[in-house]
Design a protein around this ligand. Structure first.
Ligand SMILES: [Zn+2]
Length: 182
């Protein structure tokens, strides 16, 4: 499961923060990996973009986002998740595998989506204790995007432009879509 969050180019775990370049292993810092996945067929998928960011940089970015947008994101998740039935505990099911099998909010299975994002928090090369990885569908990203101020969307577009690179078509495709870090 953890391999899913490896760097697609090196096929190894991410080593450095895309913003400040800190080495995750040397510093022991907590970090976050986000991947935007395109599924082409049952067995073929690739990441449209992916990055790893250290905790400090993720927080610094979050502070740049307007208070209104942060509050709106929080409220969106609160409203969407508050009525969700808690999952029954089943010792035969790996909770991480389960978390990565469907959209956190809508419950749509990964197999039914052509495009989605997945996110996880790591420390010392492993999933960070207490923070479950999650998957969000495009539907959720669009709904989230509607909650964000124009200013916040600009911040997110800037982040992508500065740190993720990629072709202009990609930028156009993702314009106004949220960068996830939650
Ligand atoms: Zn950093």
């Amino acid at each position: 499961m953890i391999d899913k969050f490896n760097n697609e180019l090196t096929e190894l775990p991410f080593e450095n923060c895309c913003v400040c370049d800190v080495n995750f292993q040397e510093s022991g810092t907590q970090y976050l990996v986000e991947k935007s996945i395109k599924r082409v067929s049952e067995s073929v998928s690739y990441s449209i973009y992916e990055y790893a960011i250290c905790w400090n940089c993720a927080q610094a970015f979050q502070q740049k986002i307007s208070v209104e947008s942060n509050a709106a994101i929080e409220l969106y998740f609160f409203n969407q998740l508050q009525n969700k039935e808690p999952k029954e505990f089943d010792e035969l099911i790996d909770p991480i595998e389960e978390a990565l099998s469907a959209c956190l909010v809508k419950g749509t299975s990964v197999e039914e989506m052509n495009e989605y994002v997945m996110c996880a928090v790591f420390r010392n090369g492993n999933f960070s204790f207490g923070a479950m990885p999650y998957v969000l569908s495009m539907e959720v990203l669009e709904e989230l995007s509607e909650q964000l101020s124009a200013e916040t969307k600009d911040e997110m577009d800037d982040f992508r432009k500065t740190y993720l690179g990629g072709p202009p078509e990609l930028e156009e495709l993702l314009k106004g879509k949220p960068v996830v870090f939650l």
